[in-house]
Design a binder for this molecule. Sequence first.
Ligand SMILES: Nc1ncnc2c1ncn2[C@@H]1O[C@H](COP(=O)(O)OP(=O)(O)OP(=O)(O)O)[C@@H](O)[C@H]1O
Length: 379
Amino acid sequence: MSTPKPVKVSALCELCHGRKAVMKRPKNLQKLCKECFYHVFETEIHNTIVANSLFAPGDRVAIGASGGKDSTVLASILKTLNERYNYGVELVLLSIDEGIKGYRDDSLATVKRNQVQYDMPLEIVSYKDLYSWTMDEIVSCAGIRSSCTYCGVLRRQALDRGAAKLGINHVVTGHNADDMAETVLMNLLRGDVARLGKSCEISTQSEGSPFKRTKPFKYTYQKEIVLYAHYKKLDYFSTECTYAPEAFRGTARELLKALEAIRPSCIMDIIYSGEQFCVAPKPKRATPKYKNAKKIQNGDNDNEQEINGDGSVSLKKKLESATDGHRCEKCGYLTMNRICKACVLLAGLEASRPKVTIDNNVAVDGAAKLSKTLEQLSF
Ligand SMILES: Nc1ncnc2c1ncn2[C@@H]1O[C@H](COP(=O)(O)OP(=O)(O)OP(=O)(O)O)[C@@H](O)[C@H]1O
């Protein structure tokens, strides 16, 4: 997102009535001076934290730190509020290195600077260490269209594993009001009733899991986060992920932006509507969602995933509904299923990974002979 241009407002601040207004507040178009903007922005986040009892004295909290604007502002503001209001929490930065060259390596350099700027410990865990795959390798194997699905599942688990390594069971993320409203719209538009009911939860915790996820920016507008970072001159990384954002989320995002331009309060209104949804039990679906759904078989009948018509990946019902045991049989991660989603996805990748071996015994003109075995492919 580009740095916002200061809006020309030749009037006095509508809050202090003393200083000159320098901006129209994106949330309600109120004309404010910089100091009053800082005050309302910080106070609203503090009120959200208090109203939802997000922290208790003595808590150790990991901030999911990507180096982007949201998590950088989150780290900065949690440090400010923790000191101002004596929350008594210990804050740690937790970063996941997905292995995306030219993107995550640069953003992690920003997080390392933030570590010094905010005087917080930093833990970095990588997909390569956890799963033996980088996102670059996954994309070259599975294609770009499903990249967000893979990345989302793996990152969720990586954040839990990173938190476990730190002995922490609470991870805060920089998901903001725009993200929440986008998710409500997206789930509404694709009839994903089960997810719709959970779209607006500020605090989530899977059944049986010790890890809590919270979103202190639930009611915070993205434009205000960017303004805050800009005026406070925070050090953040502003490049978009190399891989395209999830196709349908992108559509919902565009729709939300168009709606916001006409009626800024629509972001809050969508969240409030989402909070009121009362979801009926999900009816059982007998047939695959898309006619052109393609199955990926991993040798084991239980480990089956489907690439849907819209390019997304979904797991077979059998796996989703298995409830015996709370630990993945393969990796031991907490799950309601026999095999966790990450292992199902990784098994699919392993099955389709071309096997490449270097045969050192046979020298051909001084070069190693490269022998490729392409499994499960026929020409
Ligand atoms: N690689 C990562 N390591 C740690 N936390 C992450 C990582 N990627 C995302 N998160 C967490 O999830 C939140 C939402 O991530 P998303 O991918 O939607 O990025 P975003 O909206 O651009 O946020 P940001 O501006 O913080 O990058 C982030 O604010 C951050 O708290």
